[in-house]
Design a protein around this ligand. Structure first.
Ligand SMILES: NC(=O)c1ccc[n+]([C@@H]2O[C@H](COP(=O)([O-])OP(=O)(O)OC[C@H]3O[C@@H](n4cnc5c(N)ncnc54)[C@H](O)[C@@H]3O)[C@@H](O)[C@H]2O)c1
Length: 252
């Protein structure tokens, strides 16, 4: 590893599994200190990180939980230079069958949860070194990914929130970018494809958009690579961007 995140102080939400877990692991490998937040925080890497990892329980839907978790994070890290918002859920119900409760759960975790975490992190980030936010959207932020209107609406909102943040805080040195993955081989994709009774790759799209040009799902580490780049000073002129990491899905 190059050590490109050495000394960076980063909070990752949704770090208990999947993409968030891969991001936290990659940042630790690259020398960052990481607070890994989740409903069920993962302690498995704590022994290997020389005291640079703190798993913290946080429910991103809950304002007081977020506030307490970010207070703990700022204290542990001694400030904050980066935030990666990976916590997310999906629901594959078609519009006509979607309950209000499902809609509110998906919007609550994916969109409101992103807002609450960004808001809680901002005071520390604005005092940080080359501060950067990376939100995790989806191809559903860019195109109709199909099968979940709530999910696509939430992820469209995440991209809009990220662009707004980039515009609002550029003059204070904060960069904000949105990574938009296609299908990634995680619990979230596996669960939804299992519910739909479909193979994860075959599932990837609305009718007529069957598989991405790169004919497979991504590994979580392939998303973590791009997140790590966007957090780093190598991305110093990149802000307000939607970054597809989707095997070409949104290009065709
Ligand atoms: N897997 C995919 O194909 C794919 C594609 C595009 C975007 N994404 C996005 O990537 C992100 C990570 O998804 P993943 O595939 O790694 O799924 P995952 O289910 O493996 O991980 C999601 C994590 O979020 C946590 N989480 C859920 N609700 C939470 C809450 N209220 N508070 C705190 N943590 C909570 C879960 O405990 C879990 O650890 C999500 O935002 C998802 O929408 C995933």
């Amino acid at each position: 590893m190059s050590g490109e995140a050495r000394g960076r102080r980063v909070v990752v939400t949704g770090a208990g599994s999947g993409i968030g877990r891969a991001v936290a692991a990659r940042l630790l490998d690259e020398g960052a200190s990481v607070v890994a937040m989740d409903l069920a925080p993962d302690h498995s890497a704590a022994g290997d990180a020389d005291g640079r990892l703190l798993p913290v329980r946080c429910d991103v839907r809950d304002e007081s939980s977020v506030s307490a978790a970010f207070d703990t994070a700022s204290e542990f890290l001694g400030g904050m230079d980066g935030l990666v918002t990976c916590a997310g859920v999906t629901d594959g119900s078609p519009t006509a069958e979607m309950t209000l409760q499902s809609w509110e759960t998906v919007l609550g975790v994916n969109l409101t949860g992103t807002f609450l975490c960004v808001r809680a992190a901002l005071p520390s980030l604005l005092d940080g070194e080359d501060p950067a936010v990376v939100t995790v959207g989806s191809v559903g932020s860019l195109v109709a990914a199909g099968r979940s209107p709530a999910y696509d609406a939430s992820k469209g909102g995440v991209l809009a929130l990220t662009r707004g943040l980039a515009a609002e805080y550029a003059d204070r040195g904060l960069r904000a970018n949105c990574v938009c993955p296609g299908l990634v081989d995680t619990g979230l994709a596996g669960n939804s494809s299992a519910r739909a009774g479909l193979d994860p790759v075959a599932r990837s799209g609305v009718p007529g958009r069957v598989v991405p040009p790169i004919r497979r799902a991504a590994a979580p580490t392939e998303i973590a690579d791009v997140v790590t780049f966007l957090l780093s000073s190598r991305a110093s002129f990149v802000t307000g961007a939607a970054y597809p990491v989707d095997g070409g899905y949104s290009a065709v």
